[in-house]
Design a binder for this molecule. Structure first.
Ligand code: URA
Length: 170
C-alpha cells in the first residue's frame, strides 16, 4: 500500500488518487520494479491512498491540524487493507505515519516499523514494514533525485521479496 499526501486538482475532479502528472510518474516508478495498481497478484499490486481525503486549497501543504484529523482515518484504512509493506510517498506521509519530525531525506533509504498512533487501533494491529521515498511531484521539480528514488525502489523490491518469502525485512 502506498500513501501519498493529498488529492490535487485532477484527483479532486476524478475522485481517485494520483491520476494527474505526478501519478503518471508514480506509475512509471512502480512499473520499474514490476509493481502496478492493477497487478495480477497481490505480490505485484499497489493499493494507493492519501493522508488527506481532500485537496488543500491552492495545493498548499496540509496544515498540522488537517493531518491530525486525518490520521485516524488513514490508519484505519491501513488496518483494513492489511498491506504486506507500506510505501510512504513524500515527507508529509512519512512524517505523519511514522510520527517523526525529520524530513524525507533522513527518513528514506531504510525500513521503518509502522504501528498506528491512534490508540483505538493499536491493540488490533501488528507492525508493518514501511519505506519512505520522494514524492513524484518533488521528482518532477528536481529530476536529479530520480537516481535516489531508484535506490529506494530497489530496496522496496528486495523488502517485498523477503516479506513474500516470510523472512523478516532487515
Ligand atoms: N499527490 C498526492 O500526494 N496524492 C495524490 O493523490 C495526487 C498527488
Amino acid at each position: 500500500m502506498l500513501v501519498g499526501e493529498a488529492p490535487g486538482a485532477d484527483e479532486d475532479r476524478i475522485g481517485k488518487p494520483f491520476v494527474g502528472v505526478s501519478g503518471q510518474l508514480l506509475d512509471k516508478i512502480l512499473g520499474s520494479i514490476g509493481l502496478s495498481r492493477t497487478g495480477e497478484n497481490a505480490d505485484d499490486s499497489v493499493y494507493i491512498s492519501n493522508i488527506l481525503n481532500w485537496r488543500p486549497p491552492g495545493n498548499r501543504t496540509p496544515a498540522p491540524g488537517e493531518i491530525d484529523v486525518s490520521l485516524p482515518f488513514i490508519e484505519r484504512h491501513i488496518q483494513l487493507v492489511k498491506p504486506d509493506v507500506l510505501i510512504l510517498c513524500g515527507g508529509v506521509s512519512a512524517k505523519a505515519l511514522l510520527g517523526r519530525v525529520d524530513g524525507i531525506t533522513k527518513l528514506r533509504k531504510m525500513w521503518h516499523s509502522y504501528s498506528p498512533q491512534t490508540a483505538e487501533l493499536r491493540s488490533e494491529s501488528s507492525e508493518i514494514k514501511a519505506l519512505a521515498t520522494f514524492h513524484p511531484s518533488y521528482l518532477l521539480r528536481t529530476p536529479a533525485h530520480k537516481r535516489e528514488a531508484w535506490a529506494d525502489m530497489l530496496l522496496l523490491k528486495q523488502g517485498i521479496k523477503q516479506t513474500i518469502k516470510g523472512d523478516n525485512i532487515t
